[in-house]
Structures are given as structure tokens and as C-alpha cells.
Design a protein around this ligand. Structure first.
Ligand code: UDX
Length: 488
């Protein structure tokens, strides 16, 4: 006989999300966290103490206050000496330090959360692909664990082949001459799923080492060889139409791969838990109003931003400044406070303000998605970080590509050759090259106009992927089902 007693409510699934502590990782993780929360998960989001301090200074306590029982923030140390700087940490040192201290910190956190008993027990873990060791900690604790790789699918595919590059003798490089003697032009189109004509120079820059024990080379091999196959599944912030060939090769090795991108407003609307943000710098409020002032000339503004890690010399900044001044288009240029190597001393060159006469706005940080979505924005001079690339595609804005490091070079190659949305600017671009490249990007005809047309096509496809019935939308729901069932 069925009991008429009220049954206890089943505990919510409790997901622990652990991003790698850098801007380009915490942003997509927070969007994923909101999407999971909206689908009934209790969420614990883990920042490092350093980033928690930065967010607190940039956004105040509201950045951690969901006003809701089911979304909490926790911190773990990153293993580096404590500091109250507001700057991107050394990525190499951070990688080594988090690997050293991360496993014990994550284990301790799960134990503490479960002991506290004021939330459902942790039932699954989503860790950053750059912190693959978390998978093994989770498994030891009997928890299902997924890895979220925040770079592109094509970048991830390249990392999956780092071991082959070593086995076949391409990497490490024989000596320093390989950087300049054309060796990097060696074709690597034997990599299944890579775009035709791919060269060593199109693979993540961590292969550009002569040291067989190089930190980033060996960490990336380990992550792909040992950590990824041990995970219950892999998440990627991309969509099937965009990277079909690369994704086919990834799924041949890691069948349970979920493409859920682009993680944007469809997945996590800005109105959902709006105070929870992940921007480590405070955006300059003038940007949107300034763009409004240019809205009559739709697509007239060139937006310049090199992400959260790029560091350049003062001389290179001068070349950008004069190139932008000469190109003639209005521009919105983000110069991060820690962007110029060796010094807070860099300032816009003398005479620059007069030369651009109100045609440019220079700020320290902005709300990039709002800038890219603004109708006045017509081109993006970018370092091709994956979030920037995807946000630009989603907004239908063509790219002028100036990659700095990691898989940004891979993203650049795909943007220019495969997706047709990018033009590449030479690495050592002087002011004339900057001027010519910006003119070409913003031009009403020629390669810039062709890239603009392609970007408009990708905008539609990107939005369709995350709309109901789209591939990423379906994958997210499948992922949610799998995680919810994995509840202990
Ligand atoms: C880098 C990589 O290039 C990326 O591909 C890799 O996965 C992680 O490291 P980053 O330099 O941070 O990342 O670039 P990007 O991936 O583009 O991420 C930057 C994020 O910060 C974007 O989401 C962007 O919208 C945001 N941002 C950047 C702002 O909101 N305002 C700014 O002024 C600059």
C-alpha cells in the first residue's frame, strides 16, 4: 500500500566548480555555473584566495552574494606567496604552484563542505582542464568528475597531439635556430582533424621550447594522456558547426565530449543572479555611452583589446597608438593597467590626443561583451584568446588577429583560414602595418568586408547552436541529465 506520509524532498545535486585562476577561465566557468544553478543544481564555485581578493576590491561583496541559498563561493590557496596586487599572475608559476598545492586543497574543501552539513553533499565536480589532477582527487573520493577545457576545440586537439609531436621528434626544438630558420613552417597536417596546411607555428606556443622537461609542455602532455581519459566527460566552449573536423578527432579519443558553447547570454542571461560577476578588473562605465555617440555610423568603431595576460613593450604600444591614429576609424582601446612590460610608466605618446581629436577612447578595462554587441563596433583588433574570438563570432564582428601566446596562434589560423572572419597582422607590426591592417579590416570592400560578411554568417550559426534545438543547447541538457543522475 502506498504511504500517504509526505516523502522527504530528494537532495539537490551539488556541483563543485573549480576554474583555473585566470580571467579567461573564470568567465566561462561562471556562465556554466549559472546555467547549472538555473537547472536545479546547488553550486559551489571555487576561487583562489588571490582572485577572491581581487574580485572583492573590484566588485565588492555583492560579487559573492547570490541572495540565494543554493549558490556559494569558496576559496582555496593557489600556492604562490600572498599578494594584494591587481595583476595577472605569472601563468607558469601559477601552473606549478596549483599542481603542488591543489590536490590537498580540493580534498580538504570537499571534506569541509560535507562535514558542515548545511548543503547537500558534494555530488559531482567540474574542474578546469588545466587542473586535470582534480579528476584523480574526485575519483579517490568516489565523485564523478568532468573537465572543462576553456580553449578552442582546435587548440585542445593540438594539445592532445603534443605527445605525438614529441614521439615523432618534432618537439622539443633542436636548438634556438629553429625559432628563426623556417623550422616552425614544417607541416603537421598528419594530425587527424587539424585544418589542411597546418604548420608547427599554428600549434600552441608551448611547443616552442628546446627543453624536454619544459613545464607547459610536460603538463599539457600529462593532462591529455592521463587526466582527460580519467574524467567522466569533457566540456568545450565551442559549437559543432564551427569545429566539426577537430571535434570529430577529439571525440574519436574522448567520446563523452560535450560542446556547450558559445556560453553567452542564451545560456546565462545577464539578468540571472546579476550581481555575481567574474571580471577581475572594474570595467570603465564610459564605454557604452561613448559607443552610443558613434551609433549612427553602424560598424564604424574599431575595438582594440589584448585580453588579460598579454604583455607588450612600451615601444610596441607607441606603434599601436600611431597606427590607430593614422588609420582614421574611431577606436575604443583597452590598455590594461599591467599590460606594458616593465612599467606602469608607459603613457600615450605626446601629441597623440591632439592627433586623434576625440576620435578615440582609451580605458583600462571594459565590459567586452557589451562592447562587441554594440552596433557601433565594426572590427576587433584582438590577441585571439578563445573567449574573445568566440564573443566576437557571436557578435558577428570580424577580427584583426595579433596572437600573443598559447593556442591563440591556433585560433588565429582558424579565424583567418577556416572561418574566414580574420585578417592576420604581423607580429612585429610597426605603425604603418597597424594603420594598413586597420584600414583593411574596416574597409567597405576587400578582405575586411569579406570577413565582415563571414562573421555575420557565424553570428547566426553561433546563436542557433545555443537556441532550443541547437547542438550546444541539447548537449548542455544531456550534460545536466548525466550530472544529476551521478548524484550520490
Ligand atoms: C588566455 C587565452 O588566450 C585563452 O584562449 C586561454 O584559454 C586562456 O588564456 P585571455 O588573455 O584572458 O585568455 O583572453 P580571453 O580568452 O579572450 O579571455 C578574456 C576574457 O576577459 C573575455 O571573456 C573578455 O570578455 C573579458 N574581458 C577582457 C573583459 O571583460 N574586458 C576587457 O577589457 C578584456
Amino acid at each position: 500500500m502506498a504511504s500517504s506520509e509526505p516523502q522527504p524532498k530528494p537532495a539537490k545535486p551539488h556541483v563543485l566548480l573549480i576554474p583555473y585562476p585566470a580571467q579567461g577561465h573564470v568567465n566561462p566557468f561562471l556562465k556554466l555555473a549559472k546555467a547549472l544553478h538555473a537547472r536545479g543544481f546547488h553550486v559551489t564555485f571555487v576561487h583562489t584566495e588571490y582572485n577572491h581578493g581581487r574580485l572583492l576590491r573590484a566588485r565588492g561583496a555583492a560579487a559573492f552574494d547570490a541572495g540565494d541559498e543554493g549558490f556559494r563561493f569558496e576559496t582555496i590557496p593557489d600556492g604562490l606567496p600572498l599578494s594584494d596586487l591587481d595583476a595577472t599572475q605569472d601563468i607558469w608559476a601559477l601552473c606549478e604552484a596549483t599542481r603542488r598545492t591543489g590536490p590537498a586543497a580540493v580534498r580538504g574543501l570537499v571534506e569541509r563542505l560535507n562535514r558542515a552539513g548545511d548543503a547537500p553533499p558534494v555530488s559531482c565536480v567540474v574542474a578546469d582542464g588545466a587542473m586535470g589532477y582534480v579528476v584523480h582527487v574526485a575519483k579517490e573520493m568516489g565523485l564523478p568528475a568532468y573537465l572543462f577545457f576553456t580553449p578552442s576545440g582546435c587548440g585542445f586537439l593540438a594539445y592532445l597531439n603534443f605527445d605525438q609531436l614529441v614521439k615523432r621528434g618534432y618537439v622539443p626544438l633542436k636548438d634556438e635556430s629553429c625559432f628563426t630558420n623556417g623550422y616552425l613552417d614544417t607541416p603537421v597536417d598528419w594530425i587527424a582533424g587539424m585544418l589542411p596546411g597546418a604548420r608547427l607555428r599554428d600549434l600552441p606556443t608551448f611547443i616552442r621550447t628546446t627543453d624536454p622537461d619544459d613545464t607547459m609542455l610536460t603538463i599539457n602532455i600529462k593532462q591529455c594522456e592521463l587526466d582527460s581519459p580519467a574524467a567522466d566527460g569533457i566540456l568545450l566552449n565551442t559549437f559543432d558547426d564551427l569545429e566539426r573536423r577537430a571535434l570529430g578527432a577529439i571525440r574519436a579519443r574522448l567520446p563523452n565530449t560535450f560542446t556547450v558553447g558559445p556560453l553567452g547570454p542564451e545560456v546565462a542571461p545577464p539578468s540571472y543572479l546579476p550581481s555575481l560577476t567574474s571580471s577581475l578588473w572594474r570595467g570603465d562605465d564610459r564605454c557604452v555611452a561613448w559607443l552610443d555617440g558613434h551609433a549612427e555610423a553602424a560598424g564604424s568603431v574599431v575595438y582594440v583589446n589584448f585580453g588579460s595576460i598579454t604583455v607588450v613593450t612600451g615601444e610596441q604600444m607607441d606603434e599601436f597608438a600611431w597606427g590607430l591614429a593614422a588609420a582614421g576609424s574611431p577606436f575604443l582601446w583597452v590598455v590594461r593597467p599591467d599590460m606594458v612590460r616593465d612599467g606602469g610608466g608607459w603613457a600615450l605618446p605626446e601629441g597623440f590626443a591632439e592627433a586623434v581629436a576625440g576620435r578615440g577612447l582609451t580605458v583600462g578595462w571594459c565590459d567586452q561583451e557589451a562592447v562587441l554587441e554594440h552596433p557601433a563596433t565594426g572590427g576587433f583588433l584582438s590577441h585571439c584568446g578563445w573567449n574573445s574570438t568566440l564573443e566576437s563570432l557571436r557578435a558577428g564582428v570580424p577580427l584583426l588577429c595579433w596572437p600573443f601566446f598559447s593556442e591563440q596562434v591556433t585560433n588565429c589560423r582558424y579565424a583567418c583560414e577556416e572561418w574566414g572572419v580574420g585578417l592576420e597582422m604581423p607580429r612585429e607590426a610597426g605603425r604603418e602595418e597597424v594603420e594598413a591592417a586597420v584600414r583593411e579590416l574596416m574597409g567597405a570592400e576587400g578582405r575586411g568586408a569579406a570577413a565582415r560578411r563571414k562573421a555575420a554568417e557565424w553570428k547566426e550559426k553561433a546563436r542557433a547552436a545555443v537556441a532550443p534545438g541547437g547542438s550546444s543547447c541539447a548537449n548542455l541538457e544531456r550534460f545536466v541529465q548525466e550530472m544529476a543522475l551521478a548524484k550520490c
